[in-house]
Each structure stands twice: as structure tokens, then as C-alpha cells.
Design a protein around this ligand. Structure first.
Ligand code: HEC
Length: 309
């Protein structure tokens, strides 16, 4: 036995110190999903994903559906069944994340599974417990190791890779919406003033900063008063509104930039309306202040946001 094989055997022995025959699955803790699954379902659909493609291997042969040698995200669900992403974790447009696999419900384990198979035979399974959303530690892999054994994977073929704990909410608290919006508003106003003055270099700069601020929106925490999901709108904003504006600025096309600015202002205010913040108006005219504050008597003069109650 090589020293690495001895170590692997030791790791396995430590994980399987309770015999699989005597331990009921109910002994294992269940881990709560720490993030909201609804926006993730939308992201899966947007990426062309389909929950029907998710794998649920119950036998060693079922594991052959995983790309050999590539890490796939998995959970061990409440019933002790494996639920595995159909794509490797590093595949493009892969939104099969742990909350999707666990359907937002508590799980008994979550992390990565790398299956090596040769000629239709599983020769090695590497498990790790890295899950940002379930925040599980390496210890939590015991029931998953037992489930693999129950599928007939030999003990020597199963190894565990310890990884640092990754955890939603462990880092800095997400930025609040209002704080990000103060930046967005200031950038948009300065961009408009630069356009009105024909100051293209300043417009270039503000365009870039505005894009960075807008990129923070999908991850920002909306106030409790907002009852709609702003994530899809926030995600679409850069392509729908900022891209045409940036293109016009890059071309130094004043007419197109002015028009695109007005359209983008409509996009801003559309989201404010959806969020119930009808008072935060955004003028379509470059150079106007943001937010747009018109005397109450003249509100309704046809500008973007002019229909505020
Ligand atoms: C995805 C939705 C969404 C989009 C897009 C959006 N906003 Fe907002 N905005 C909000 C919400 C929600 C608030 C209120 C935040 C709060 O209550 O904390 C807000 C607040 C603001 C405020 C007030 C900030 C303050 O506290 O003083 C300004 C100014 C603002 N937005 C400007 C803009 C501009 C300019 C754009 C477009 C470039 C824009 N917003 C795009 C949702 C959005």
C-alpha cells in the first residue's frame, strides 16, 4: 500500500466509523438552504436549463452519466438519495446549483462529486462538501459516503477532499439597494450632464462606473417595502439599456446618446414603479438632476415619470 493509499484508507475509515448497517439515515443532521431558490430557478430557465435533466443515480451504473474526472455539484436529499447536476461544475451556462438540486429544501449533504469511470466501471469517487448555499462542513459527507457504499462502490474507491468552508452570509453583508442606487443616480446624472456639455471623456468614465454600480444590483438587498423580485429586471438592465447607451457614447454620436439616455431613464423609472417607488422619478433629458424633482403642480407634463401619483 502506498502512503497516499494508506492515507485515503484512513480518511475513509474515519468517515465510515459508524457502520452503514446500523446507522439509520435519520441520525444525520439536515442542513437548511441559506439562500432563496426562486431567483435561481429563473436563472436556470434563462440559461436554458431544465430540472428534468437533473440526475438521480441510485446505482453505480447511474454514476456513469457523470462526465468522468469532472466535478459535478450534488446534494444528498432528505430521503438519502443523490441528486446530481447534469453538467460539470465548470461548464458554461451551468445554473444547476445546490439550491436547485435540493429544491430549496433541507439536505443531508451538499458539495461536489468527481466520478472517474473507465470502460463502464467506476474506479474512484471524490467527494467534497463545498456548498455556498448549504454551508456544509466535510463531516457532513458521512451519509453520502455510506450511500455510495450502498450502491456497491468499494470503500477504497471513495475519497474525501476537505475544502475551506464556503458559506452564504459569512462574508460582508450584502449591500443595501438604497446605497447602490445613490451611486447609480449620481453616475446617471453626471453622465447626462457630460452628454449635455459634449464632454465625451467624462461620459466614458461615468458610463463605466455606472455599469459597475448596476452590476451590483442583482446581489443587493432590497428593502422590505419592495414586494416584487427585482433580480430579473436588474439582470436585464445592462443589456437592454446600458449597452445601446455605451455604444452611442463610444461613437461620439450625440443624438443617439441623448435618445438612448432617455430610453434608459424610462428603464430606471419602470423599475421604480414596479418596486412601488413611484416618487423617485428619472428625467429623460441629459443634464437634469437625478432624481428628477418637478414642482408637484406640473407633474404629469409628459416626461418619464410624469405620471407619478
Ligand atoms: C431593478 C430595479 C431598479 C432599477 C433598474 C433602477 N432602480 Fe433606482 N431604485 C430602485 C429601488 C427599489 C429604489 C429604492 C431603494 C430603497 O428603498 O432603499 C431605488 C432608488 C433610487 C434612487 C434614490 C436613492 C436615494 O436613496 O436617494 C435613485 C436616485 C435611483 N434609484 C436612480 C436610478 C437610476 C438613475 C436608474 C437607472 C440608471 C435606476 N435607479 C434603476 C430600483 C431600481
Amino acid at each position: 500500500m502506498t502512503s497516499s493509499a494508506r492515507m485515503l484508507a484512513f480518511v475513509f475509515a474515519a468517515l465510515s466509523c459508524r457502520s452503514s448497517a446500523t446507522s439509520a439515515v435519520d441520525d444525520d443532521p439536515r442542513y437548511l438552504c441559506r439562500v432563496d431558490v426562486a431567483p435561481l430557478r429563473a436563472a436556470l430557465r434563462a440559461a436554458g436549463g431544465d430540472p428534468a435533466r437533473i440526475l438521480q443515480p441510485t446505482t453505480a451504473a447511474g454514476l456513469l452519466a457523470l462526465t468522468s474526472g469532472h466535478r459535478h455539484k450534488f446534494v444528498l436529499n432528505e430521503n438519502g438519495m443523490f441528486v446530481v447536476a447534469p453538467l460539470p461544475a465548470d461548464a458554461a451556462h451551468n445554473e444547476y446549483v445546490h439550491p436547485i438540486l435540493g429544491d430549496g429544501a433541507p439536505v443531508r449533504g451538499a458539495g461536489g462529486m468527481t466520478v472517474v469511470h473507465v470502460d463502464g466501471r467506476v474506479t474512484r469517487v471524490v467527494l467534497d462538501a463545498e456548498s455556498f448555499s448549504y454551508c456544509t462542513a466535510t463531516e457532513s459527507l458521512r451519509p453520502s459516503v455510506r450511500a455510495l457504499q450502498a450502491m456497491g462502490i468499494p470503500a477504497e474507491a471513495i475519497v474525501v477532499e476537505a475544502r475551506p468552508l464556503a458559506c452564504a452570509g459569512a462574508g460582508a453583508a450584502p449591500k443595501r439597494y438604497g446605497a447602490v442606487m445613490v451611486g447609480v443616480g449620481r453616475r446617471f446624472e453626471t453622465l447626462g450632464r457630460a452628454l449635455a456639455a459634449g464632454r465625451w471623456e467624462l461620459a466614458d468614465y461615468e458610463m463605466e462606473e455606472l455599469a459597475e454600480d448596476v452590476d451590483e444590483l442583482p446581489g443587493a438587498a432590497a428593502p422590505p417595502s419592495v414586494r416584487v423580485d427585482l433580480v430579473p429586471t436588474a439582470r436585464a438592465f445592462p443589456t437592454t439599456y446600458l449597452a445601446p447607451l455605451a455604444a452611442a457614447v463610444a461613437r461620439r454620436d450625440a443624438a443617439a446618446a441623448t435618445a438612448a439616455y432617455g430610453v434608459a431613464a424610462g428603464g430606471c423609472y419602470g423599475c421604480h414603479q414596479a418596486a412601488g417607488k413611484v416618487g423617485i422619478m428619472v428625467s429623460p433629458t441629459p443634464g437634469d438632476g437625478v432624481p428628477w424633482i418637478t414642482p408637484a403642480a406640473t407633474a404629469g407634463d409628459g416626461g418619464v415619470g410624469g405620471d407619478a401619483r
